[in-house]
Design a protein around this ligand. Structure first.
Ligand code: ATP
Ligand code: MG
Length: 561
């Protein structure tokens, strides 16, 4: 079925014109050169070419996801009003949530702030129906079939009724019948006015399209026009053989040059039309609303993923159980204190707070990078994004830290401190957890996947054990270690806890002969006022969150490679 001659309803989509587009990557290698083409409003366009030819690159340049090294992309006037939908190859939805829920969150992040809940519900239902997903509305996204999930990713983008859609390999991995079904959906979108550009490895997909763009292995334009014209140009009965035909060329530039000649003969002067505008970013939902929606979504993801929640809350409980087994009661007994045990108790409490915070943060961002990348393009800001992570995880950490201190205090593993001192211990521990959470988020922002994040865990933990001053007191460390110890958030937590627990007084005045000499090796570690420790810990929170923000900003998809 060729559809280039369809008599579709009047189209109001977006026209795209690319002029002399080129892209190069690090090392100066040119991966795309001199691509000029135009797409009419409401066209369904396929970009084909061998693997590595530059299809994804061209799609991202046309969509404005990447900045070109050379040339320009312009949209006609309609783009200013509408938005751009981009569906990357990776899924851009959370697998934990039911489809309709995830679409609701996406709608609240993308539709104007004034859109009410009822209107959002209607829009979600409309989109589900349009993509024939209504039956799967209540199914968690992770349980949908591959084809349904691909349509779900498209549904997210359809919410804002974009005038133009870019899809990277939407049919890859789908069985042929489902792929045809998906193409029919895209065809219907184009017929109702949207411009749709997709990349594909399935040359049969091209038959559903109005226009095909053929790239050579070297990233040059071998052809653009209707599929029928392409067959004629390459002298083929079916485009299935087009890659072979391109590879038969004696020089890499043969087909691009031939096409340029033909085009020059047909259209002597090609210029972009007047009144074109550059792609404009969509209007953004306010930061506060973004934060609120993202926080609600994070909370729902945590709650819905029972196993994750069980691990998040269960592992601290197990550690607490181990502490209870390890430490004997009465170590802080004023008449017969046990200095070495008190050091270890305080250190491991501090390390527990650090470890929980770190592990809570470490998998948060790297596991949803494609979603973040897409939502950044839809206008989501990084600060609300990061603070929404903190808003959900910090209360959980507060619970865990409180349980840790409360139980140990109840079991006589802590000094018999009164309310104010207990609150001070708690505040120190919570600040320490917050700093570790921020460090975890920073690392999660810097790596590419969960495996890398997991590999970082020992690297992050070792120094926070070695250079804290508990295993070896800071004054007893080599000079380099002493300097490094300042950078360990755990050191400040450990010393703050020791200060509040009154170890100096306990060791000096207590009955243990080990006390005074041990105290001497610690120097003034525990004599610093508590507010200094808090200030430093608070500084770490801000530093790590700020660094996470910078790292994510540097990963901004709009930056040229
Ligand atoms: N950031 C980058 N750094 C270095 N090389 C890159 C980068 N991005 C893309 N490339 C290279 O540019 C070429 C084109 O990549 P692109 O992903 O556009 O190809 P493609 O046609 O989409 O391939 P596929 O069909 O396999 O998806 C490839 O050779 C790729 O290795
Ligand atoms: Mg690709």
């Amino acid at each position: 079925m060729t559809t280039e001659q369809t008599t579709s309803p009047p189209r109001t989509g977006v026209g795209i014109a690319a002029q002399g587009l080129g892209q190069s990557v690090r090392g100066g290698r040119r991966i795309l050169a001199d691509i000029s083409l135009s797409v009419a409003p409401g066209e369904l366009v396929a970009i084909i070419g061998a693997s590595g030819a530059g299809k994804t690159t061209l799609l991202e340049l046309l969509a404005g996801v990447q900045q070109p090294a050379a040339g320009t992309v312009t949209y006609d006037g309609a783009a200013a009003a509408g938005t751009i939908g981009v569906v990357p190859q990776d899924d851009i939805i959370h697998r934990e949530l039911p489809l309709a829920r995830t679409l609701r969150y996406a709608a609240r992040l993308r539709l104007p702030s004034a859109t009410g809940p009822a209107e959002i519900g209607d829009r979600v239902a409309e989109v589900l129906a349009e993509l024939r997903l209504t039956d799967g509305a209540a199914t968690p996204v992770g349980l949908l079939s591959g084809g349904e999930r691909k349509r779900a990713s498209i549904a997210v983008e359809l919410l804002t009724r974009p005038g133009v859609f870019f899809l990277d390999e939407p049919t890859s991995g789908l069985d042929p019948a489902i792929a045809v079904e998906l193409l029919r959906v895209l065809r219907a979108l184009a017929d109702t006015g949207a411009t749709v550009v997709l990349t594909t490895h399935q040359v049969t997909d091209v038959d559903h399209c109005d226009r095909v763009v053929v790239l050579t292995r070297q990233g040059r334009l071998a052809f653009t026009g209707t599929p029928a014209a392409a067959r004629e140009f390459f002298g083929l009965r079916s485009l299935v053989e087009v890659h072979l035909r391109l590879d038969e060329a004696t020089q890499p530039g043969e087909w691009p040059d031939r096409f340029a000649e033909q085009r020059a003969a047909e259209q002597p002067s090609r210029t972009t039309g007047d009144g074109d505008v550059a792609a404009t970013p969509p209007r953004r939902v306010g930061r506060l609303r973004q934060w609120a929606v993202l926080t609600a979504r994070n909370a729902e993801i945590v709650v819905r993923n029972r196993l994750t929640l069980a691990i998040l809350l269960g592992s601290p409980l197990m550690v607490l159980g181990m502490f209870a087994l390890l430490f004997r009661p009465g170590a802080f007994e004023p008449t017969s204190p046990s200095p070495t045990v008190t050091v270890m108790i305080l250190f491991w409490i501090a390390f527990g707070g650090f470890f929980f915070g770190l592990t809570y943060g470490l998998l948060q961002i790297c596991t949803e990078l494609p979603i973040l990348r897409r939502e950044r393009l839809a206008g989501v800001r990084l600060l609300p994004y990061l603070l929404a992570k903190v808003a959900v995880l910090l209360p959980l950490l507060a619970l865990v830290d409180l349980a840790l201190l409360g139980v140990l205090r109840g079991m006589d593993r802590l000094p018999p401190v009164g309310g104010a001192d207990f609150a001070a211990l708690y505040a120190t521990l919570l600040l320490s957890s917050a700093a570790a959470l921020a460090l975890g988020l920073l690392c999660s922002a810097a790596v590419s996947d969960a495996a890398q994040a997991t590999l970082m865990l020992p690297m992050l933990c070792f120094p926070q054990v070695l250079f804290v001053g508990a295993i070896l007191p800071v004054p007893a460390m080599a000079v380099g270690g002493q300097w490094l110890s300042y950078a360990m958030s755990n050191r400040w937590a450990f010393e703050g806890l020791g200060h509040t627990a009154g170890v100096e007084r306990l060791w000096r005045d207590g009955g243990s002969p080990l006390g005074p000499p041990l105290l001497a090796t610690y120097g003034d570690s525990f004599s610093r006022p508590l507010w200094v420790d808090w200030l430093v810990l608070g500084g770490f929170v801000l530093l790590f969150l700020g660094a996470a923000w910078v790292v994510l900003l540097r990963r901004d998809p709009r930056r040229a490679p």
